[in-house]
Design a binder for this molecule. Sequence first.
Ligand code: MRU
Length: 358
Amino acid sequence: MSQPLRLDRLPRTVELERDGDGRACFAYVDQRLLPGGLSVARTHDWRVVVRAIETLAVRGAPAIGVAGAAAVAVWACNEGASEAASHGCAEQGSRFWELLESIAERIAGARPTAVNLAWGVGRVATLAREVLREGALPSEVAESLFSQVKRMEVEDEAANRAIGLHGAALLPEGARILTHCNAGSLATVFYGTALGVVYAAAERGGIERVYADETRPVGQGARLSVWELSRAGVPTTLICDGMAASLMAKGQVDAVIVGADRIAANGDVANKIGTYGVAVLAAEHNVPFYVAAPTSTIDFSISDGSLIPIEERDPSEVLPCPIEGVNVWNPAFDVTPARYVSRIVTERGVFLPHELAE
Ligand code: MRU
């Protein structure tokens, strides 16, 4: 790579902040507006955070995990503690928990496939239950949740940087990488998983080029990956999804690296629709297929990929103007069988798919 890596040009994707008046505020890059404009939106309302997740303003498994946890903290700090307090001293703890449980369920249900969302919400809900049991007031619980989300933000970046180092060690010098969807900094708090591997390799000059599939229908590759890669100074080529086979056939891909929304215990991987096809192509062309994801993406309660719930999204994402008599099928994710996955890279190291459960 001839130009230096410029990670300082990438924004933090999601961040929980404290306003001057003490209210909790969720700041997020509105990814619907990229690549046209970089805009950071702010809200004090957990419902707006849920809507941001549903509409893909905030997207990517690790980012929605932290955003979901932040939504609970925003509710607790800005509404929950005062609402519970209005029920009198004796009742406030149980009322707070009752409200938190139903709000947490609503937030965790915003998108079904990425297990990180339920994981993030579950992490703050578990903490709330523990500190309530110790006798904390709802206002004190709210403070604990705020601090917990700030810790999750730090942990996310640290995990991504560790994934990056482990993954970079798998790549040859001057690697040409193909990626699908956006598993970059924009899909996390900062740095990214699949693109984290690219950044770690690029830092030591080891990346010749990244090919980004456009990733129909929402264009996370065309709109987001190429935006962040080029902004960071990584040589980037955008291709249509249907071009990956020809690129591999010409010998121009040394490795495929993608992220994941949920990994089953047997190593089957749910990721953005189209990933499965790329994995089959990689196997056909003897190109290694790497999945980079934090351990929070592994769902050991699910034995194989057939049990992963796949989100179906609005037909208008595929067919903006309805045509009479035409139906649209729009699954947002697919499942790549473990046999196509060369290695899974987590913050704890590099694994063969079957080693996850060992
Ligand atoms: O629908 P999206 O944009 O949330 O889908 C995102 C993906 O499929 C990513 O590849 C995955 O979440 C991994 S992000 C590090």
